[in-house]
Ligand binder design. Sequence first.
Ligand code: ARG
Length: 460
Amino acid sequence: MSEKLWGGRFEKSTDEMINDFQASINFDKRMYREDIEGSTAHAKMLAAQGIISDDDAKKICAGLQKILEQIDAGEFKFSVALEDIHMNVEKALTDMIGEAGGRLHTARSRNDQVALDTHLYMRRQVREIQKLIIALQTELINAAEKNRDVILPGYTHLQRAQPILFAHHLLAYFAMLQRDYSRFSGVYERADMMPLGAGALAGTTFPINREFVAHELNFGAVYANSLDAVSDRDYLMEFLSAASILMVHLSRLSEEIIMWCSREFSFVELDDAHCTGSSMMPQKKNPDVPELVRGKSGRVIGHLMALLTTVKALPLAYNKDLQEDKEGVFDALDTVKFSLAVFAQIVAGMKVRRDNMRRAVEEDFSNATDLADYLVKKNLPFRQAHAVSGKLVHHCIERGIYLKDLSLDEYKSFSPLFEADIFDAITPETCVAARNSLGGTSPQQVDAQIKAARLWISER
Ligand code: ARG
């Protein structure tokens, strides 16, 4: 006969390789705290409903507490033969307290148990991710404030487009992270649903009280349908998609930092402590961290695709395929948390090369729109103003100079509307200050963004 907790109907014990193949203990053991919390709440409910005795429930809760301490202290021996965290804990409990341990699984299946553990685990993890998002956002605002007057060319098509405040650029990422934060709040809400009591799939014949368990574990809602409760992995798909979008944001910032670190841009320099050298080329200082974050975004997106594909054609209710949800989710969790943490450091340690940004914005035509706008303000239709400005740019390119280098007479030969104030109208400072429309790059708008950002953070 098999020695498994479910071994009754088996004549043979499980093949060793099959055991290894189907066991999940090596990765689901990280949910031990949640498994024990869930079982404790379940035992209390069973006693409150008169399904088991108070005495048995006390023994169960005390035993579970001891097991928690053993695992915390690294003294617990996990067994692959016991498949998963649920049976490892239950077996240890029964070995410790005897018959009462065998009553714990009354009115419960591993199908609703694993769902409960994962919901509890995700709730906790999502909050940690949100804290890390805030920490990175704080560094972005700090850097924006510290470099509040720094101007650089903004780009479209990776061609210099219009002058912007560097702070404005950083705050764009703040805004993306703000939406990421709110996406994770949505994940939290969906994880905050209590599946226990679904049994294997159909509910249970015992007079359980699911609200009691939900209250014990501080859940906001209870799954209304038992089949749904054990089959739902939506909240994990949502988590992976929120994680993927977040990683895409970090990957875009990574890409920019990598470019900015290049000799060609030289807009920023990373702290020595955050870079590595080359084993062959003595001069190298490589931006490995943003490169790795950019690379790891692919991995998280992969986990999202894997889970969507796994669940896509699964019939209700539980199928072992669903055990495949965990490794990808756990890896995505670790990747996102680590990436956010290192990124906060990267931003905090990043030196801004304001002189190089200045040179870039001086030695280009990113003020050509402002030249056209100048004429529009003198009542020339925008299309004509655009043409005049374009001709002036062409003229400068031919001569190897910039708009600020032209004389007033030259300007006047292109349009009689030009006057001496044209020179002031096209300095980077004027160009930036003039974009004072709501959400624009003017110092006034950027200060308002910084203020709103600080307020938002203080409310979290
Ligand atoms: N280890 C399993 C999982 O992660 C637990 C549920 C197993 N249920 C079952 N009937 N085999 O999904």
